[in-house]
Design a binder for this molecule. Sequence first.
Ligand code: GDD
Ligand code: MN
Length: 374
Amino acid sequence: MKIVIVIPTYNEADNIGRLADVLQQEFLKRSQHDFHILVVEGNSPDGTAEVVREKMKNNPNIHLLMEKVKAGLGAAYVYGFKEAMNELKADVIVEMDADFQHDPKDVVRIVDEIDNGYDYVIGSRFTKGGSIPDEWAFKRKFFSVGGNIFSKIVLGIFDVNDFTSGFKASRVKGFVDKLPLEAILSQGFAYKIDLLFKMHRLGAKIKEVPIKFGLRDRGDSKMEKNNLRDSLRVVVTLRYNENKNFVRFLVVGGIGFIVDAGLFNIFRISVLSSRDSAVASGFVAMIVTFLLNNYWSFGERKIDGVQKKVLGFILYIVSSFIPIAVRSRLVGFSVSTFGDTALVSNTAFLIGIIFGLIWNFTVYSKIIWKVNKR
Ligand code: GDD
Ligand code: MN
């Protein structure tokens, strides 16, 4: 396999040359693979690029990508990923820091898990055997640990413990090549959370390998001051995007409910029996919600074309009629058993609606407006 270690650098002149030397020695341990180093240089003023160019003279597997300006870690990686995929034809991409906080000896351990069939291997500080530096101030430890727990709960990914690790390997085919790199949610450090979430959604087999995150060898950290807020924004955005359809579905459901319950009671008091009212009001609400769902809740998956629209609507009527029929029978049974009062009929009506809510969301999202998998 062709394995490209992408290393972004900003003012790492003191580290990058030594790191490249150690990595070259490590690569010899897995001679079946073709290892390359791709440095993505953020136009450092300290001569980092010169150090890399010097190394390239005797090392054909070292490559340098120059950014015009330092644009953040996420931007640097997107640039590096594209180069690794399109130009270097990488099968596996490894993300790694230049400052020895990631032990170069761990590269082979991480790559071995790709060989074992995993698609996304995370060098994890928060799994058994992993660690963060004791020397870190309480504040950094707190945010690091807390941020990961928060991400885990909000994103609902419970088999991952380190969401922001900068040391990992990803399989290209079917995974990195499917990531929407243009639409990355952060140009900064928080891009990690975005890509991890999307790899998980792509169905990557994920493995955490414990790592001891060391102290920076030389130079200073480049983590942005707004990293915490940016990470929070990425986590919340990911969650909202996932649930947008459901939130909108609930709003449409609310409108449908008002129409439905309003008409139910109007019909019931005026011309129809309770049982028939539950059918009539349901029918009107059904048409209203179909239109709202199609043009709004599931708008991105909107049904186009007359034929499909008619077919979709028929399917919608058939499926929506099941909870309406259930409800009408429930109302009919309740009023004949407990008396035809507003309380009895409306209680039965409500229970029917809850059943309908679950039924409808499942059918709509899984069948009628399902995402077309090509
Ligand atoms: N090209 C480029 N552009 N490189 C950058 C930039 C940038 O804007 N910002 C940072 N880098 C490079 C650094 O030179 C280093 O090689 C690597 O990216 C990581 O930067 P550090 O400054 O060493 O980050 P850190 O040690 O504070 O953060 C590490 O731990 C975080 C979790 O605690 C990194 O591994 C992060 O990825 C990780 O999220
Ligand atoms: Mn670092």
